[in-house]
Design a protein around this ligand. Structure first.
Ligand SMILES: [Zn+2]
Length: 335
């Protein structure tokens, strides 16, 4: 019986060496280990052996059975691999989900606003963030000794250059380049040298608008603002217009909207007042038109500086401006 078992083992090993597909393997498995398989038959004989031989040969037979079984399993693993793959690969396994990025809330709102203005015939323009003192201040009727400069804490650079404090720096640049009539918006990043809190950040976004043509009046400005706000919020928004002083507009106004974060009850965003300053606006000052080589006796226009970041905070009810530039994924994944 010893001999029989060892001979059987050797035969099986030889047969397995040439196995290429799982069908042949199954046949071999059946031939040796099936219900009427060769090894199964040998194992059945164990019970007929003499009592003193039983334990030794029974153990040997079982050992060989175990050995053959693991040999078959190993071969099965090799045979079932797709050819050439070299690694375990299961085409029926669900794939791993790839994480997709998405647009920043500021970009989302900016696109809404751009679309609303494009429908009104406004072009969308971009310009330098590193600006000269001239375009950021002087050309906007804010000379060096003007107190309005102090209200905009500025990051000064060398040679009277600065990081623009508002997107208004493009008003004169655009008029110089394109002349009148002109209709455009300039969204972009602006910078203030100030300490940060829930409603102030050193870097934020504005969206400047400028329309210059013959017979432009405040009525045109108000009509444009109304269509803008309804496009962005898609709901009724309470607004109020207060007289405001900005050197580059005359007359100037401050357009406020009722705080959408607290519904007008007072919160950290609206500094407990219930209203949020959304944009300074007004009729373009004749001096600014002159700086842009546009004749103020022929043309007039309006301009506004929309606080894009603030608009985003209102729309999504975000109560801390610092979250927007934080890069915190726990925040960003909510949009
Ligand atoms: Zn509020």
């Amino acid at each position: 019986m010893d001999k029989k078992l060892n001979e059987l083992k050797a035969r099986l090993q030889a047969e397995l060496r040439s196995v290429q597909d799982s069908e042949v393997l199954a046949q071999i498995k059946n031939k040796y280990l099936g219900r009427k398989g060769e090894l199964t038959n040998i194992l059945k004989e164990v019970k007929n052996l003499a009592a003193e031989e039983k334990p030794r040969l029974g153990k040997l037979a079982n050992d060989i059975k175990f050995e053959l079984q693991s040999l078959l399993d190993k071969t099965e693993k090799i045979v079932s691999k797709p050819s050439g793959a070299g690694v375990d690969f299961d085409p029926t396994m669900p794939g791993s989900r790839r994480e997709e990025g998405h647009l920043h809330p500021i970009t989302l709102v900016q696109r809404d606003v751009e679309e609303a203005f494009a429908q009104l015939g406004f072009g969308i323009y971009d310009g330098p963030q590193l600006e000269s003192e001239f375009y950021n201040f002087s050309a906007l009727n804010i000379p060096a000794d003007h107190p309005a400069r102090e209200t905009q804490d500025t990051f000064w650079l060398e040679n009277h250059n600065l990081l623009r404090t508002h997107t208004s720096n493009l008003q004169v640049r655009m008029l110089e380049k394109y002349g009148a009539p002109f209709r455009g918006i300039f969204p972009g990043r602006v910078f203030r040298y100030e300490s940060t809190d829930a409603s102030h950040d050193h870097t934020f976004y504005q969206l400047e608008g400028l329309m210059v043509d013959k017979d432009i009046s405040m009525a045109n400005l108000i009509a444009v603002m109304k269509s803008l706000l309804s496009a962005v919020f898609r709901t009724k928004v309470d607004v109020r217009l207060r007289p405001g002083f900005f050197p580059f507009v005359e007359p100037g106004f401050e357009l406020d909207i009722k705080c959408l974060v607290c519904g007008g009850n007072g919160c950290s965003v609206c500094k407990q007042s219930g209203w949020v300053e959304l944009m300074p606006c007004g009729m373009v000052h004749p001096e600014v038109l002159k700086f842009g080589n546009v004749d103020p006796s022929v043309y007039s226009g309006f301009a506004f500086g929309l606080g894009l970041t603030r608009l985003v905070m209102m729309k999504y009810k975000i109560d801390d401006i610092r979250l927007l530039e934080s890069g915190d994924l726990r925040f960003l994944r909510q949009f």
